[in-house]
Design a protein around this ligand. Structure first.
Ligand code: PEP
Ligand code: MG
Length: 893
């Protein structure tokens, strides 16, 4: 019989940390903490399998669930010596959701469940604190009303505000038991009015209502959006955790807080967290009261004048710090914890691996390797390759003049500039139009996630370092300034005011999530420093990876950037990109529009010295590393002049008349150019083009050798080959030119001629093509296009439909379709190697910088991946992770 419920408490548990799939993250870790002997209030977890059952059976529960929940509840009652629904000594519980991965889009928490008109009186008598009891009851009605009964939050807020105004009260703490009783009356009326029935008084009905709400929230729109953004499958389901309440709001010796075992922003190995005296958990997260710091150091660093927990509750703090160290040693990772202090006794309510910024992830991983807590390989696996992006991105230029209008909390690092928008919808809309936007909100909530994702940065005027905006932005890698309280946002007028400055929707601002500064206008930025921990981690990655990492680059700037990021050569130099420069486009157009070989040769002679200079520069930057140069690839009409003025200019340069140019231009136009007269087909029709390019390459190699003594071994690459014959013909042209240059210069140049594999026919014919090709480079952009028969330029219009319909999980132009396109890659690699065992294999499509595609390349055994300069470090790390995972698989097999 399936077991649906797992209990924990009294220093033991039925579950363990490894049972995350069944118990969810929260439940598994509550069990683990109980097993570790930490002070965890007793409770139980209803498993994720119940959630799955629930949706598979028309929202019904398994038959035995009620009995199991009843027994587990009785066990809590036994441990704490209280009774659920008892008029004299009522047990109250919390109900929380808990999926495998934390999911901010879902129903979160209901506290104080079990309170009603009768039990509240019992709680008042038992605790000797009527104010506390009625405050707890009104919180319960509000939370339950909001998250279970779906009554809008602001109805309750209005009742409370009205009461305060009517009685001339400012702070919640000024309200007495009698005040709360009146507020409760108002709250119950709100529920009655909204639902047409009274607030449920039966604790069992409350409990099952809350359980149902947790399971129901798994399929709400926010949760679905979040899952989509984070690749979380719907089948995982959520668990429900039910736990005896402990109270942080029972007086001055009570508190509640959240903490990280290391600083989640910088990674510094220092206890980092916030707490509130006499408060319940949601007060900290909601950012309604200003939290106090745990440590004196934290208090000083943040310029707070409120006492740190280290000062106000030194004994409990020492205990908490001991828990911190124990948890880190046990989990061997930075933890994010929640705790409550009830009458000076510490209780642990949650632990999980803490979300951290990319810089913090790096520092923590490197520090933990140094501390001997984890191995180098584990350190490498701890960093999400894509997150390195954040370390490579610009920060504000310290020399730039900044017009700072406010300072908030440095909630998520990195600088971002953009247009001010006030709603998530507007952020999404503007970003869709290609605008950079900063989403400005008083505070954010899970409804805003899609807008936060679309924005470059997030600015809030309320909330702390653990507020929703801060946590979500860090997870997403968006820069964020939170709690900039001097700013006043007026949503209605679409305006932010601070002192006498007004910022309107659409104005540009800059935020610095590392300092908390908010600035007017766009502030210039500088490149990041890649030394220190970053270099150390990348060094480990380099030592553990098998595949080389090259870059796709043709400009000196890109080539230098890529070298700085550790590129080990160029995997793709797209020579056509060198054709667009203003000083050469005329000659290029002249070449294209020429009607005879002689005309083309005249124009090519003008281009040749410029190409040679380009290659000399690239070879010098790459200092003997391999450089793959691809000969002209795109359809010629991409270079055609568009306006009449441009045509006149070309006609003049070529010594012909406008009409001829116009006529030829029409002739060259193609309806489906990506399948047309491009790639090696140009070389077949106009061999003189490839001849010029090959000559420029050889001459550049000779020149670099003569100038610097550096030996260059160019890899000359022919695009869009489909047959061996094409390659044979073009290789012969290259070999002839090579022999000529070698003879004329007296310097021997070693070189390779190879091909791109970017047509299915080429993949299938790889055995034959390898007879001629010295290397294959998988052009997976075109290979994806030609395998799917989907245009890489136009697919954006309907790919989202395919993703929604579940036909494609990812955009195949971003993440390699390992099943289909991948099979062709595998076939070509196998067949190519069979013919030529030492054939060099690489990938130069966009997928070369996508971590999951890099994993695939490792599996197929490619020699290198090549990607754009900024993705080189990502590819280096992903290649190392792929190699380590490969070793693991091999040793398991
Ligand atoms: C490719 O097709 O994958 C490739 C790298 O070439 P391009 O993107 O220039 O067509
Ligand atoms: Mg291509």
């Amino acid at each position: 019989m399936t077991k649906w419920v797992y209990s924990f408490g009294e220093g033991k548990a039925e579950g363990r940390a490894e049972m995350k799939n069944l118990l969810g993250g929260k439940g598994a870790n509550l069990a683990e903490m109980s097993n570790l002997g930490l002070p965890v209030p007793p409770g139980f977890t209803v498993t994720t399998e119940v959630c799955t059952y629930f949706y598979a059976h028309g929202r019904q529960y398994p038959d035995s669930l009620r009995a199991e929940v009843g027994a587990a509840l009785a066990e809590i009652e036994r441990i704490v010596g209280m009774k659920f629904g008892d008029a004299e000594n009522p047990l109250l519980v919390s109900v929380r959701s808990g999926a495998r991965a934390s999911m901010p889009g879902m129903m979160d928490t209901v506290l104080n469940l079990g309170l009603n008109d009768v039990t509240v009186a019992g709680l008042a008598r038992r605790s000797g604190d009527a104010r506390f009891a009625y405050d707890s009851y009104r919180r319960f009605i509000q939370m339950f009303g909001n998250v279970v009964l779906d009554v809008d939050h602001h109805h309750f807020e209005e009742v409370l505000e009205d009461h305060k105004r009517g009685h001339d009260l400012n702070l919640d703490t000024e309200l007495t038991a009698e005040d709360w009783q009146e507020v409760i009356k108002g709250y119950k009326e709100v529920v009655q009015e909204a639902l047409g029935r009274p607030f449920p008084q039966d604790p069992q009905e409350q409990l099952w209502g809350a359980i149902g709400a947790v399971f129901g929230s798994w399929m709400n729109a926010r949760a679905i959006t979040y899952r989509k953004l984070h690749d979380i499958p719907a089948e995982w389901g959520t668990a429900v955790n039910i736990q005896a309440m402990v109270f942080g709001n029972m007086g001055g010796d009570c508190a509640t807080g959240v903490a990280f075992t290391r600083n989640p922003s910088t990674g510094e190995n220092a206890f980092y967290g916030e707490y509130l005296i006499n408060a319940q958990g949601e007060d900290v997260v909601a950012g309604i009261r200003t939290p106090q710091h745990l440590t004196i150091a934290g208090k000083i660093a943040n310029g707070s004048d409120l006492p740190a927990m280290e000062e106000s509750m030194p004994e409990v703090f020492a205990q908490l710090n001991a828990v911190r160290l124990k948890l880190e040693r046990h989990y061997r990772d930075m933890q994010d914890i929640e705790f409550t202090v009830q009458q000076s006794k510490l209780y642990m309510l949650q632990t999980r691996s803490g979300k951290r910024t990319a810089p913090a992830a790096l520092k923590i991983a490197v520090d933990m390797v140094r501390e001997g807590l984890i191995s180098e390989k584990e350190g490498i696996l701890r960093i999400e390759p894509k997150s390195l992006d954040q370390l490579l991105h610009p920060t504000l230029d310290p020399k730039a003049t900044k017009q700072i209008i406010a300072k908030g909390l440095p909630a998520s690092p990195g600088a971002a500039s953009g247009k001010v928008v006030f709603t998530a919808e507007e952020a999404e809309k503007q970003a869709g139009l290609g605008e950079n936007v900063i989403l400005c909100r008083v505070e954010t909530s899970p409804e805003d996630i899609h807008g936060m994702h679309a924005a470059k940065g997030i600015l809030t005027t309320r909330g702390g370092m653990t507020s929703h905006a801060a946590v979500v932005a860090r997870g997403m890698g968006r820069s964020c300034v939170a709690g900039a309280g001097e700013l006043r946002i007026d949503y209605k007028r679409g305006i932010i005011t601070v002192r006498n400055v007004e910022v309107r929707a659409g104005d540009i601002i800059t935020i610095d999530g590392s300092t908390g500064e908010v600035m007017l206008g766009e502030v210039p930025t500088i490149q990041p420093e890649l030394s220190g921990d970053f270099a150390e981690l990348m060094g480990w990655a380099d030592a553990h990876r098998r595949m080389k990492v090259r870059t796709n680059a043709e400009t000196p700037l890109d080539a230098r950037t890529a070298r700085k990021f550790g590129a080990e050569g160029i995997g793709l130099c797209r020579t056509e990109h060198m054709f667009f420069d203003a000083d050469r486009i005329i000659a290029v157009r002249e070449m294209i529009l020429a009607e005879s070989e002689a005309g083309r040769r005249t124009a090519l002679a003008k281009i040749a010295p410029m190409q040679r200079k380009d290659f000399v520069e690239l070879f010098k930057i790459m200092k003997g590393l391999p450089v793959t140069i691809r000969l002209l690839d795109p359809p010629l009409h991409e270079f055609l002049p568009n306006s009449e003025a441009e045509m006149v200019e070309v006609a003049k340069a070529a010594g012909t008349d406008l009409q001829k140019v116009q006529h030829r231009s029409l002739q060259l136009h193609e309806a489906n150019p990506m399948l047309g007269h491009r790639g090696c087909r140009l070389g077949i029709s106009y061999p003189e083009i490839y001849e010029m390019q090959a000559r420029a390459i050889f001459e550049a190699a000779v020149e670099v050798f003569k100038e610097t003594g550096e030996t260059v071994i160019p890899e000359i690459m022919i695009p869009l080959v489909g047959t061996k014959k094409e390659l044979d013909i073009l290789k012969a042209v290259i070999d002839r030119v090579g022999a000529e240059v070698i003879a004329a210069s007296g310097h021997k140049v070693d070189y390779l001629v190879g091909t791109m594999i970017e047509l299915p026919r080429a993949a299938l014919q790889a055995a034959k093509i390898a007879e001629t090709a010295g290397f294959f480079s998988f052009g997976t952009n075109d290979l994806t296009q030609t395998t799917f028969g989907i245009s890489r330029d136009d697919a954006g219009a309907f790919l989202p439909d395919y993703q929604r319909a579940g036909i494609l999980e990812h955009d195949p132009f971003v993440t390699l379709d390992t099943e289909g396109v991948g099979e062709l890659v595998q076939i070509a690699a196998e067949r190519g190697r069979k013919t030529r065992p030492d054939i060099k294999l690489g990938i130069c499509g966009e997928h070369g910088g996508d971590p999951s595609s890099v994993y695939f390349c490792e599996k197929v055994g490619l020699d290198y991946v090549s990607c754009s300069p900024y993705r080189v470090p990502i590819a280096r790390l992903a290649a190392a992770q792929a190699a380590i995972e490969g070793e693991k698989r091999a040793s398991e097999a």
